[in-house]
Design a binder for this molecule. Sequence first.
Ligand SMILES: Nc1ncnc2c1ncn2[C@@H]1O[C@H](COP(=O)(O)OP(=O)(O)O)[C@@H](O)[C@H]1O
Ligand SMILES: [Mg+2]
Length: 300
Amino acid sequence: MALPKVLSRSEDTRKQRTQLIKKTQEGLKVGPNQRSAETTPVVRYRGVKKSFGEVEVLKGIDLDIMPGEKVAVIGPSGSGKTTLARLLMTLERPSGGIIEVEGEPLYHKRVGEGLVPADERHIARVRSKIGMVFQHFNLFPHRTVLQNVTEAPIHVKKMPRRLAEEKARAMLEKVGLIEHIDKYPGQLSGGQKQRVAIARALVMEPKIMLFDEPTSALDPELVGEVLAVIKEIAEKGDMAMMLITHEMQFAREVADRVLFTDGGKIVEQGTPEEIFEHPKSERLQAFLARFRNGFGGGSQ
Ligand SMILES: Nc1ncnc2c1ncn2[C@@H]1O[C@H](COP(=O)(O)OP(=O)(O)O)[C@@H](O)[C@H]1O
Ligand SMILES: [Mg+2]
């Protein structure tokens, strides 16, 4: 199997990126009217809340993700990580607050100074800038690998088949699956299926990719190949990423910034070093200690 080579991102590149992100975040403080195009976050959550029935599972999320930024999200089961991603993917609707994608409200339209609820067409258009990879791959079982990857470009983006196939092949090459393009999902390992799912999201050229515990449903021996592919994409691509993960070493190596969620809030955030070496809150310290003792697993 031809797996892409994993290159370790040089510390210099990461430092440069961190500085750039800090600068752009400082730039944001000047206020929306003076904001230049290059400092617009790819995604912005403002006071985002989500309740299921009586239970509020997100309690006011404020978060900016800058273009190209790789943000890891860690936190206990039930803390709201999946919901955070599903709201952005429009698989759930927020109960309150605003989400913006490249400065444009996802669930609202601007009318004069105000915002009104957006129609489905607007939501679908803005959402098309987001790609997501799920814990369970959700491939079409009766379509080949190539057909799975070309489905959305042909039917959603109305791309000519030939062009969609060309792009799909390039993506499948990237995830090391070019020799499997005519197989069906049932003929693939879990790791290969997840790599198809990654190629399927990539082919739509999203501005941000969301990964929701992409390796937690895999047999342990298959985790590495999937993490290697994600790492490669993170290092080579200029796409932003939100990586929800229980793989702490991976978060540390790939992320520019790590968020720790607990009880529906972002409790702490910082560079991988700040979060893993110098956790401030007791809750984060306890969470990391559970991992070190081998009790951190489990996912929803
Ligand atoms: N569709 C739903 N209906 C009711 N409760 C839900 C639904 N989805 C998530 N929840 C609840 O919301 C909380 C946060 O869930 P989730 O975002 O999946 O957390 P995490 O991904 O951090 O484990 C949990 O208590 C979960 O049971
Ligand atoms: Mg989850």
